[in-house]
Design a protein around this ligand. Structure first.
Ligand code: NDP
Length: 273
């Protein structure tokens, strides 16, 4: 009663009054999700976990062959669209197209991201801008396009894939760290603005996860692997699926009271270096 008087009742969704079965709370049955960069690495496993939880998942990326293989592996509940998130002006049209074709979008996962390891003094303006455009500007433009529609429907979940680089000073990732820290800031503002409108916004901060991106970085620096393992209390690297499970949970009604959070999934890295 008190909650509804303050207009916050709907934020918990339609299931506030009845008891929801435990398993049902984790289900994404009937939900539509968009996972950017969903053709490989972490994004592919987020898509897999969400389809396994019952969602229909649209994956995007720039390489059609990669997306085609991913769709094949994911099965009937997945579709792909070739899209470069750096084409900011096209992102509203992307969401409009998805909704016209598949129905209302329930979940947006801003996963697409790029990194580059270089000492700060060697980073050019062009390189800095390219990383900020992909990891930050595109995330805002796509989130705005999706959130406009979610807020109007009073239902939706937005997830950002952040990084340990947002929390700690990690050498040679100046633009990447700037982009991920900015995304963490954005999560808090958006979560606050949307909390009365039934839309939740959270980040996941992966630690060292074995993917193409991290393998390239590890291979470029032979010492890096042992240093990374020493900094990980659990003593091993994470798998993309570990991020997928967390994303599926945060997207589900089981997480209906979680907004504005950044969840480390990192084998303990964030306990401290
Ligand atoms: P990958 O390089 O394996 O995957 C990145 C995906 O993003 C690819 O599918 C790529 O597809 C897509 N992508 C890149 N640029 C664009 C673009 N302009 N438009 C559309 N899609 C794009 O990386 P990870 O899976 O490791 O990374 C996924 C996310 O997780 C990133 O945000 C990264 O910062 C974050 N992360 C990863 C960690 C790790 O240890 N691996 C640790 C912390 C955070 P395509 O090239 O075909 O466009």
């Amino acid at each position: 009663e008190l909650l509804s008087q303050h207009g916050h009742h709907d934020a918990l969704g339609p299931k506030t009054t009845g008891q929801v079965a435990h398993e049902q709370a984790f289900s994404l049955e009937g939900r539509l999700a968009l996972v950017t960069g969903g053709g490989s690495g972490i994004g592919l496993e987020i898509a897999r976990c969400m389809t396994q939880a019952g969602a229909t998942v649209i994956i995007t990326g720039r390489r059609e062959d990669v997306l085609k293989d991913a769709k094949q592996a994911l099965g009937e509940r997945a579709e792909y669209l070739v899209n470069d998130v750096c084409d900011l002006a096209g992102l509203d049209g992307l969401v409009a197209h998805i909704e016209a074709t598949y129905g209302p979008l329930d979940v947006l996962v801003n996963n697409a991201g790029i990194n580059m390891k270089k000492p700060a003094l060697q980073v050019t303006d062009e390189e800095f801008a390219r990383i900020i455009n992909t990891n930050l500007n595109a995330v805002f433009a796509l989130t705005r396009a999706a959130a406009q529609r979610m807020v109007a429907r009073r239902q939706g979940v937005i997830l950002m894939i952040s990084s340990m680089a947002a929390y700690y000073g990690i050498d040679r990732v100046v633009a990447y760290a700037a982009s991920k820290s900015a995304v963490e800031g954005m999560v808090k503002v958006l979560a606050s603005e949307f909390s009365a409108h039934g839309v939740r916004v959270n980040a996941i901060a992966p630690g060292f996860i074995e993917t193409e991106m991290s393998r390239t970085a590890m291979n470029a620096d032979p010492d890096r692997k042992s240093r990374a393992l020493r900094r990980t209390p659990m003593g091993s690297f994470g798998q993309p699926e570990d991020i997928g499970r967390a994303a599926a949970f945060l997207a589900s009604d089981a997480a209906r009271y979680i907004t504005g959070a950044s969840l480390p999934v990192d084998g303990g890295n964030s306990i401290g270096f």
